[in-house]
Ligand binder design. Structure first.
Ligand code: ADP
Length: 601
């Protein structure tokens, strides 16, 4: 690149020089030659004038003898003293004398142009090659009139070489100085081109750096020429590019972070039904493993026909489509699908948003089941009360034996209704977060003892052994005594009810420092694994008939769960069919700083 520029500059300069030199050379040579010739002729004409002023003696100009007379020879020699060739020729062209040749050997000169001109006009000029002395000469001839006879021509000549030498001398100087100029300017152009090339190379490497993403500015160039302006504007563009790329990158990272952290699934589909983007949420919801590659076909990725149909409807022109999909087989999850058309690029596309509505659907199901369960639970005692009341009215009141039995049945069912109503009221209070807990510092052993006392009687009736197994020196707990007793009572009632007589029920408590874990274990009928996660739901019973038989409402465990959680604890079950069940619940240990505080739930 550097050489290239140098040679380009050099060649341009050389061509320019030649273009100027050639015409200069041509015109200078012509003018010089003309001036020298003119000066030569002037010199010759001056000599001629001198010669005419002191001409050769007329007597010596006789044509009779071919040998010049001594007088003529002496005159010729005198005239030729200043390096001039002198020739004397008759009007017929006969050479009478010559300063450099023997006239006898010389041919007739009548045809020479200068002779003819001189005879005609008085004097004549010519520049030509002399055959006689074999040289280029400048000739000047003048007519010397003789009163008694034909005129004689006196001719003077100087060699042309002198003119040529002068011209060549000038020419040599011209070319030599031009060559020197060429060398000097060549050096200068080499230096200039080198520095120029270096600066251009710096700009080149700077632009390469910018293309690779390094936007540091190029060092300032203080030359004040166009390259400095170029460097400044490149710096400016790089800085602007840097800012723009930073902004775009930040915006992209922000959008990526937002979309990545969203639990909702988001995907963008182009008009050819190919995925342009899908976030982690989308992949997780549709159980795809990793987010699908950009450009993969939607049909290959998505199996849910409702989703595909919604996307197709939007791609065909519907601005917005809502749908619902279900995923998972064992644990079903429900998602609301919103597909909206998007015109971010030239081609239209669709943006898909998947929103988890599993909890909503679950709540809806629970509400439906609850209403059905409540109606069902009320129906049996109400039907019984109604039936026995009608029977009494129809005449059974007069039958003292049956009357008491029927009234007893009516009373039992009313009590059951009252119990159901109480439980439901309590649950609804808990749902509405209106459960007031009166937190106290409780001693675990005292608390367990008081609950066992109540349960002891029913256990003894069923011939069950009921015994506490408490860890030594348990910390006190923070709880609402009445509510927590309800929980333990409930678990004990269940254990007594679902354990055949002769069984064993243990109440144990242990602590890890933060909380106390209570466990009620029995040797009863146990609970199937599939039901274990559901027995804390309202009205859920493993064996409905058996539960009713023992007066259960199916609400006990769900109330217990609510109460334990209101205390900040957890409740869970471990059970094996035929072996027995262990119900565990935790209660936080009493902390002095919480003394006398009343938690409102
Ligand atoms: P219920 O009023 O029917 O006892 P719960 O909510 O207290 O209602 O209990 C729900 C169901 O859990 C019961 O119907 C019963 O099937 C099962 N269950 C609870 N405790 C035990 C236990 N100790 N042994 C076996 N099954 C139990």
């Amino acid at each position: 690149m550097r050489l290239n520029l140098f040679w380009k500059l050099g060649f341009a300069f050389f061509a320019l020089l030649i273009a100027v030199l050639l015409p200069v050379d041509y015109y200078a040579e012509r003018n010089l030659r003309r001036d020298y010739e003119r000066a030569g002729f002037d010199q010759l004409s001056a000599i001629a004038r001198i010669a005419l002023a002191s001409p050769p003696p007329v007597s010596s100009l006789s044509t009779n003898s071919r040998t010049p007379s001594p007088a003529l020879r002496e005159w010729v020699a005198r005239m030729a003293a200043s390096d001039v060739r002198v020739t004397v020729i008759t009007a017929d062209g006969l050479v009478l004398a010559d300063s450099q040749s023997d006239p006898q050997t010389m041919e007739n000169h009548a045809g020479r142009p200068e002779i003819r001109e001189a005879l005609a006009k008085g004097d004549g000029l010519s520049i030509r090659h002399s055959v006689t002395i074999n040289r280029d000469l400048l000739y000047y001839a003048t007519r010397f009139s003789i009163p008694a006879g034909p005129p004689v021509i006196l001719r003077f000549a100087i060699p042309l070489r002198t003119v040529d030498d002068e011209v060549w001398g000038f020419r040599r100087r011209l070319w030599l100085s031009s060559l020197a100029m060429l060398l000097v300017t060549g050096m200068a152009s080499l230096l200039i081109s080198r520095s120029f090339s270096r600066r251009v190379e710096r700009l080149q490497s700077f632009s390469r750096r910018v293309a690779e993403g390094d936007f540091r500015p190029i060092e300032a160039d203080r030359s004040g020429d166009v390259l400095e302006v170029l460097a400044a504007s490149l710096n400016d563009s790089a800085a602007r590019l840097d800012r723009a790329i930073r902004t775009v990158t930040e915006e992209r990272d922000l959008s990526a972070a937002i979309l990545g952290s969203m639990v909702e699934g988001v995907a963008v589909v182009n008009s050819a039904e190919r995925l342009l983007f899908a976030n982690a949420g989308f992949a997780e919801i549709l159980e795809l493993g990793a987010p699908p590659q950009s450009g993969s076909s939607l049909v290959e990725v998505v199996r849910q026909t409702q989703l595909l149909e919604a996307v197709r409807a939007v791609l065909k022109g519907t601005p917005r489509v809502q749908a619902e999909i279900v995923t998972g087989t064992l644990r079903q999850r429900f998602f609301a699908v919103t597909v909206a058309s998007v015109k971010a690029t030239e081609n239209s596309g669709a943006v898909v948003v998947l929103h988890d509505i599993t909890d909503l659907r679950k709540l809806e199901r629970i509400r439906r089941d609850f209403v059905a369960n409540v109606s069902h639970e009320f129906k049996t005692p109400l039907t019984a009360i109604q039936g026995f009341a009608e029977t009494l009215l129809a005449g059974a009141r007069d039958d003292p034996q049956n009357r008491t039995r029927f009234l007893q049945i009516i009373l039992d069912h009313s009590r059951r209704l009252a119990r159901l109503t109480d439980d439901l009221l309590e649950l609804s209070k808990m749902d509405a977060d209106r459960l007031d807990l009166e937190m106290d510092r409780l001693s675990v052993s005292q608390f367990v003892q008081s609950c066992l006392e109540t349960a002891q009687r029913s256990a003894a009736e069923k011939h069950l052994r009921l015994s506490p197994k408490l860890q030594e020196s348990l910390p006190d707990i923070a709880a609402d005594r009445r509510r927590l007793a309800e929980v333990l009572q409930n678990l004990l009632d269940n254990a007594i009810q679902y354990t055949p007589s002769g069984g064993k029920i243990d109440v144990s408590a242990s602590s890890d420092g933060d909380e106390v874990t209570f466990t009620v274990s029995d040797t009863g009928i146990g609970i199937p694994l599939a039901d274990q996660s559901r027995i804390f739901e309202r009205f859920y019973r493993v064996d409905v008939a058996r539960s009713r038989e023992v007066g259960g409402t199916g609400l006990g465990l769900s109330i217990a769960k609510h109460l334990v959680e209101a205390h900040g604890g957890r409740i869970w079950v471990e059970s094996e069919i035929g072996q027995g069940s262990q119900f565990h619940f935790t209660v936080p240990v009493f902390q002095p700083q919480h003394a006398a505080t009343r938690a409102v739930r």
